[in-house]
Design a protein around this ligand. Structure first.
Ligand code: ATP
Length: 216
């Protein structure tokens, strides 16, 4: 089972650590603030006070043995960048770093972060889509053009088969799965799948195609 280390226990780092621990994973939570470490110590496997910009301190914690290390330090960009460099130097295969803005993200990528996340920007984008399109339940941007959306199947499409709707040819979107009201998930639905009232479609497509679906 993967082992995770989370460095920086701000709101993001705490939520991430506790969610991973709740999913049954071993989590080492690190912060330079003793108060924050104490606060989280009951809910994760290990919580320690350390300054992550000190290479020796990280090594002493056995950070090398972790599969994934998440740098959740935000405001202190210098510390976030230094920590990421040290982790890559030590040889951590997967370093995920949180960026505050595009420039911070670019620097993190350049110094070797394997994945850069922008939690505030991404949450704002998801929320905006959820607020503006009433039938969109969730949204994940894949790149500047393609996204995956969870959409309440529009009234117009109820009772029709996917073959008849022909959404891929008509608007370039693909239904990956259909969630039934009962909770049943139908992955990779075929052309003979009929949409029923209350169905939720998980679709992948470009902006134009998804907008077309949202406006049905
Ligand atoms: P959030 O939005 O998730 O609340 P944030 O982006 O405001 O967080 P900060 O509060 O700046 O991020 O940093 C998160 C945590 O990282 C803080 O609790 C801080 O103590 C810790 N931190 C900052 N620098 C270091 C460091 N060098 N070593 C260990 N922890 C650090």
């Amino acid at each position: 089972m993967k082992e995770f280390a989370v460095i920086g226990l701000g709101r993001f780092g705490i939520s991430l650590s506790q969610t991973l621990a709740g999913l049954g994973y071993s989590v080492l939570a690190i912060d330079r603030s003793e108060e924050l470490v104490q606060q989280i110590s009951d809910t994760v496997s290990h919580a320690v006070v350390a300054d992550a910009t000190e290479e020796e301190a990280l090594k002493a914690l056995g950070i090398r043995n972790f599969d994934v290390v998440i740098v959740a330090i935000g405001q202190d960009m210098q510390a976030s960048i230094l920590t990421t460099i040290i982790l890559k130097d030590i040889g951590i295969k997967m370093v995920v770093a949180k960026a505050l803005n595009e420039l911070h993200g670019k620097v993190l990528e350049k110094i070797g972060a394997d994945k850069v996340v922008y939690p505030e920007r991404d949450m704002a984008i998801r929320l905006a889509h959820g607020l503006t399109a009433s039938n969109v339940l969730d949204y994940m941007e894949l790149n500047s053009e393609y996204s995956v959306e969870e959409v309440v199947v529009p009234e117009k499409m109820i009772g029709k088969t996917l073959g008849h709707l022909n959404l891929r040819a008509k608007c370039g979107i693909t239904i990956i799965a259909v969630k039934k009201q009962s909770g049943l998930l139908v992955p990779g639905p075929g052309a003979d799948t009929v949409f029923e009232s209350g169905d939720i479609a998980i679709v992948i497509g470009n902006r134009r195609g998804l907008k077309h679906l949202e406006e049905q």
